[in-house]
Unconditional design. Structure first.
Length: 284
């Protein structure tokens, strides 16, 4: 594995949600507080920026083209021609969308949180490809990383203030129902707070540590087996990308830092860090 590099000097206030869009050959990520969706094509260096009208917690590609977004007031989507529409409009004063992930069945699992991090003010909802919306978890504080094991039988989830990565059993083949929530791994005090995560092809769980300046990798049994120190204090999420899914991209934040270092707010990359899993687009 090579040393960490700066992929894009984005200057993001709150970078989040890296996702490799295999069809487009580019990485998607967002600046939540900047209300921006970014793309970066490592093969050509091409970048684009889409301004959104609300704070945007996550952006994922759609199977038919366009994007699905986890916004302040719910989940919305852009068609391939740029037309916008709401899939789940649920505005709550003082609350916004945060991290989101696409499950193996093509559904979007979208989390929320209060701006002031009021305990229990957020939730996690599932938006099915047919538009059906189901509340999976209530009374969440800061809904963050969500991911699935390579065989789709386990779902990993982070509610950041708990300092845990939890794991659920996926209880049916549709992927709609999860049960048996239990701790998978705990982050010690002083090591930061678990934020966004990704699962690699070996079934290991990688998590970014807000205020910890590092990535942790946990084996499928929940054992910490790798710590990667980063040149930033607030990494927010990670995802494998590139044509072979071997490069690990890391989003970072500058928000709340009085003296941000040069790389804080950048998109970082660790070349040849491992091998990721293909990420499905949203099926709706």
């Amino acid at each position: 594995m090579s040393a960490v590099e700066q992929a894009v000097a984005a200057g993001a206030a709150l970078g989040e949600g890296p996702t490799w869009d295999a069809a487009a050959g580019q990485l998607l990520w967002v600046d939540i507080l900047g209300s921006r969706v970014h793309t970066f094509a490592p093969g050509t260096g091409r970048r684009t920026v889409l301004a959104t009208e609300q704070h945007v917690g996550a952006a994922k590609p759609r199977a038919g083209g366009g994007l699905v977004l986890n916004l302040r007031d719910g989940v919305g989507a852009y068609d391939a021609d740029g037309r916008f529409g709401w899939l789940h409009h649920d505005p709550v004063p003082g609350r916004r969308g945060n991290d989101a992930a696409v499950a193996p069945d093509g559904s979007l699992w979208a989390g929320s949180m209060a701006y002031d991090e009021t305990p229990g003010a957020g939730n996690l909802v599932r938006v099915a490809p047919d538009g059906t919306v189901t509340t999976v978890l209530d009374a969440v504080t800061v809904s963050n990383g969500t991911g699935w094991s390579p065989d789709g039988r386990l779902m990993y989830y982070v509610d950041t203030p708990t300092r845990r990565i939890d794991v659920f059993d996926v209880s049916d083949m549709s992927g709609e129902h999860v049960a048996g929530r239990r701790p998978f791994a705990r982050v010690d005090e002083g090591a930061g707070y678990p934020d966004g995560l990704t699962v690699d092809a070996e079934g290991c769980v990688w998590v970014a540590l807000w205020d910890g300046g590092a990535l942790h990798r946990y084996t499928p049994s929940g054992t910490l087996d790798r710590v990667i120190t980063l040149p930033v204090r607030r990494p927010t999420a990670c995802a494998f990308g590139g044509p072979a899914l071997t490069d690990l991209y890391v989003t970072t934040a500058r928000v709340g830092l009085d003296d941000p270092a040069p790389l804080e707010g950048s998109l970082l990359v660790l070349p040849h860090a491992g091998r990721g899993l293909p990420q499905p687009p949203f099926g709706g």
